[in-house]
Design a protein. Structure first.
Length: 256
C-alpha cells in the first residue's frame, strides 16, 4: 500500500524530534510541522516532475484491450481531423502531463461494424510545420470540395498541445491508441497517497530533508541530504526508466 502524505510528513517530523501530526491536526498544522508539510510537497513535486514518463504516472496499464497497445484510445469520426487528447478535460490543468507522440497506433479492431481483415498500423508523427508545408492545403481543399478523405497515415500536435490531428482526414471510424501519463498534482489532504513506490520513499524523504536543513541554515546537513537524494534519483532512473538492455542492430547483409 502506498504511503500517505501524513506518514511521510511524520517520518521527517520524528527525525527532528518534533510532535507528530494526526489526521485531525494535519490540516491546521502550524510552525515547524507546517513547514515540513511544505518541504514534503516540494520534494514530491521535484521527483514526479523529474521524468514525465515515470511508469507510476501512466494513466493505466498498457495492453489490456485489443490491439494490446497503448493505454488510452480515442475513436475517430469520418470527416473530422482534430480530437481532444483527454476528452474529459476542460482546461490545460486537467490534461495529461505527457503524451508519447512517437507511439500512436491506428486500428479498426474493436470499432463497431468492422470485421477482419482489420487495419492496424503505426501513425508517423510529423510537426505542424511539415504538415502545413506539404499536406494542409491539399487536404483542406479535398475536405471542402470533393471530401476525398482517406486512411490516416500521420499524426500531428495542435499548437495548444491539447489535441491531436490526423492526416489525411479519416474516411471512416477508427480507433487511435497512444500512451499518456498523468499530470502530477501537489499533495493536500492527510490521506493523499504518494504515487512513488514505497521502495523509493527514502529518496523523497532525503529531498524533503534537504529543504528542511536549508531553511535551518544547516548547510552541511543539507549537502549530505542532497547527495543522498541524487544517488537515490539515479537509482530510480536506472531501475524504472532504463530497464531494457542496450543493444546494437545491424541490418546490413554480408555477401560472399
Amino acid at each position: 500500500m502506498a504511503a500517505t502524505f501524513l506518514e511521510i510528513t511524520n517520518e521527517l517530523i520524528h527525525e527532528l524530534n518534533e510532535v507528530s501530526l494526526t489526521s485531525a491536526s494535519f490540516a491546521n498544522a502550524k510552525g515547524v510541522q507546517k513547514h515540513i508539510k511544505e518541504c514534503v510537497n516540494r520534494a514530491y513535486l521535484d521527483i514526479v516532475n523529474e521524468e514525465p514518463q515515470w511508469p507510476f504516472l501512466a494513466v493505466s496499464d498498457s495492453g489490456t484491450t485489443d490491439p494490446f497497445y497503448g493505454n488510452v484510445s480515442v475513436d475517430t469520426t469520418a470527416g473530422t481531423r482534430w480530437y481532444e487528447l483527454k476528452e474529459s478535460s476542460s482546461s490545460l490543468v486537467d490534461d495529461y502531463g505527457y503524451i508519447d507522440w512517437d507511439n500512436f497506433y491506428i486500428t479498426t479492431i474493436g470499432v463497431s461494424g468492422e470485421s477482419a481483415p482489420y487495419i492496424s498500423k503505426d501513425l508517423k508523427y510529423i510537426t505542424l510545420e511539415t504538415w502545413k508545408d506539404f499536406y494542409r492545403n491539399a487536404e483542406n481543399a479535398d475536405d471542402a470540395d470533393a471530401q476525398n478523405w482517406g486512411e490516416p497515415k500521420r499524426v500531428i500536435k495542435s499548437p495548444d498541445n491539447r489535441k491531436f490531428g490526423l492526416s489525411p482526414i479519416p474516411d471512416k471510424a477508427y480507433r487511435v491508441w497512444f500512451y499518456a501519463y498523468e499530470l502530477p498534482t501537489e499533495l493536500v489532504n492527510y490521506s493523499d497517497q504518494i504515487v512513488i513506490p514505497n521502495i523509493y520513499k527514502p529518496v523523497l524523504i532525503a529531498r524533503a530533508r534537504y529543504y528542511v536543513h536549508q531553511f535551518k541554515e544547516n548547510y552541511q546537513a543539507a549537502s549530505f541530504a542532497d547527495q543522498d537524494y541524487r544517488r537515490g534519483l539515479r537509482l530510480m532512473k536506472s531501475n524504472l526508466m532504463e530497464p531494457a538492455p542496450d543493444y546494437m542492430k545491424d541490418d546490413r547483409k554480408r555477401f560472399v
